[in-house]
Design a protein around this ligand. Structure first.
Ligand SMILES: Cc1cc2nc3c(=O)[nH]c(=O)nc-3n(C[C@H](O)[C@H](O)[C@H](O)COP(=O)(O)O)c2cc1C
Length: 175
């Protein structure tokens, strides 16, 4: 049996977790063996030869547990080059994707020793019913424009599965 692939994610509202699950399913469908874990649950990267990491952007930043993951596993991540996927844009507008790409690059720039194979941006989900408590408080603010923001889910499951297949092919050819 080949070594398992770790698909690990940070999330606040659950949408990145669902993408991580979809990636894992697609990898397994390609004959690989992957496991999914939130970044907080990963004790060690020993035994993994490939790793896929995912996180959402919130006001240009990754959630704290994602940063803590890089600090905790720096030694292993200097050798294991991760594939990274980032959820952000909630409108299918190229400039929003460009902005998310820049935000992600800036966040990862904190780790000059990190050499991801790829940083891939996927559309995300904006739904104030799916964000943790502090953010739901936003809804109560007297900002009508914020309350009127439409719920959106532009996660492109076809693109997510297609990217997963590309990752699978690369992992298989490197084995
Ligand atoms: C308060 C708030 C701030 C956000 N800020 C950004 C941002 O700066 N850049 C971006 O690309 N997406 C931003 N988003 C979109 C999120 O990244 C998107 O909703 C993502 O799917 C959330 O992932 P999660 O459900 O795993 O937490 C923001 C969403 C919210 C609710």
């Amino acid at each position: 049996m080949n070594a398992p692939i770790l698909v690990s994610y940070a999330t606040r509202g659950g949408s990145t977790a669902e993408v991580a699950e979809a990636i894992s399913l697609a990898l397994n469908g390609e004959g690989l063996r992957s496991i999914v874990q939130p970044v907080e649950a990963v004790q060690s990267l020993e035994g993994f030869t490939s790793i896929i990491l995912g996180a959402p952007l919130y006001i240009g930043r990754f959630p704290k547990p994602f940063h803590q993951f890089f600090k905790r596993h720096q030694t292993a991540l200097q050798i294991l080059r991760p594939w990274i996927f980032v959820l952000g844009p909630t409108r299918p507008i190229p400039s929003d994707f460009d902005a998310a790409r820049r935000q992600a690059a800036r966040q990862l720039g904190r780790y000059p020793w990190l050499q991801p194979v790829e940083i891939h941006i996927f559309g995300g989900r904006f739904d104030l019913n799916h964000v943790p408590q502090p953010l739901t408080l936003l809804q109560r603010l007297p900002i009508p424009a914020l309350r009127r923001l439409p719920t959106a889910d532009i996660r492109d499951w076809v693109a997510i599965r297609a990217w997963s297949r590309v990752v699978a092919l690369n992992i298989k050819s490197a084995a």
